[in-house]
Design a binder for this molecule. Structure first.
Ligand code: ZN
Ligand code: ZN
Length: 273
């Protein structure tokens, strides 16, 4: 069973190494039925390459051009990845992946998935050396994002594990309680959870975000999932998608959602077998 769609695709107008057209060509090579672009929208902090104000317009123009060129072969969608601290209203895009990349710090806002020494400094200076405390603050922040933005998709749920996997005790009762409370908020916001393989291809992560217990908990709550490769490079558009299928099945899912290949609803449910 192949996923045949990607909802989380970056562009030359944010921080991807490939153009949108190369992403479409790669998607066609993989026989995708649909592809959604999700460039980082404007941020109110530096550090992540996001779209500029003119960049947003260029993105929309290029999207319309590609849709005219390839729209008869693949369904294209014009989405956006919106951080909690984004400055954009995002109403002109077809869907939103809501995410959180930073936490407040003495320096303003600091990335939780940046270079290792910077993340370690954030843990030391803002969380008294406790990675568990950072995880707790991040999850609280992600829940607040979901309520404020109400995105169709919540992306890379526990991306802080990219740098802190061995330091956060994801098996503790306290961690799991915070995860459950955050998932309940995401569910009340009406969002799907992304099974994100980006950390596997770019940062050697052992499995997609979110980690296994969290994904099982989400399934027990009746939550819905969608798969994203968080693609920054065209040849990685479907990276680890076969593993994502196994991963969702192992968590007990019998179906997932993807951007629709036809007219009508934005997303369609697809059985996993
Ligand atoms: Zn992101
Ligand atoms: Zn992304």
């Amino acid at each position: 069973m192949k996923i045949l769609s990607n909802c989380h695709t970056h562009t030359q107008f944010c921080d991807a190494h490939s153009t949108m057209e190369d992403m479409v060509l790669s998607a066609l090579e993989h026989s995708f039925i649909s592809l959604g672009f999700s460039p980082h929208c404007r941020l109110c902090f530096g550090g992540l390459a996001s779209m500029s104000v003119p960049g947003e317009q260029e993105y929309l123009r290029e999207f319309r051009r590609l849709k005219a060129c390839y729209g008869d072969r693949i369904k294209l969608y014009c989405g956006v990845e919106k951080d909690m601290y984004s400055a954009s209203d995002c109403s002109g895009f077809e869907y939103v992946i809501g995410t959180l990349h930073v936490l407040p710090s003495a320096a303003g806002l600091s990335q939780v998935e940046g270079k290792v020494p910077l993340v370690e400094r954030l843990v030391q200076e803002e969380f008294g050396g406790s990675a568990d405390a950072l995880a707790h603050a991040y999850l609280r922040g992600l829940g607040a994002m979901a309520l404020a933005v109400r995105p169709q998709i919540v992306g890379h749920f526990d991306v802080f594990l990219k740098r802190l996997r061995v330091k956060v005790d994801t098996e503790s009762a306290a961690y799991r309680k915070t995860v459950t409370e955050t998932l309940e908020i995401i569910r009340s916001a009406g969002s799907m959870l992304e099974v994100n393989t980006g950390g596997m291809v770019r940062a050697g992560q052992p499995y997609p975000y979110p980690e296994p217990w969290t994904l099982k908990r989400w399934r027990e709550m009746g939550g819905q999932v969608i798969v994203g490769s968080d693609c920054h490079q065209a040849d990685q558009i479907a990276a680890y998608f076969d593993e994502a299928v196994d991963y969702m099945q192992a968590a007990g899912f019998s179906a997932y959602y993807r951007l629709s290949g036809g007219e009508g609803a934005l997303f369609e449910e697809v059985p996993l077998r």
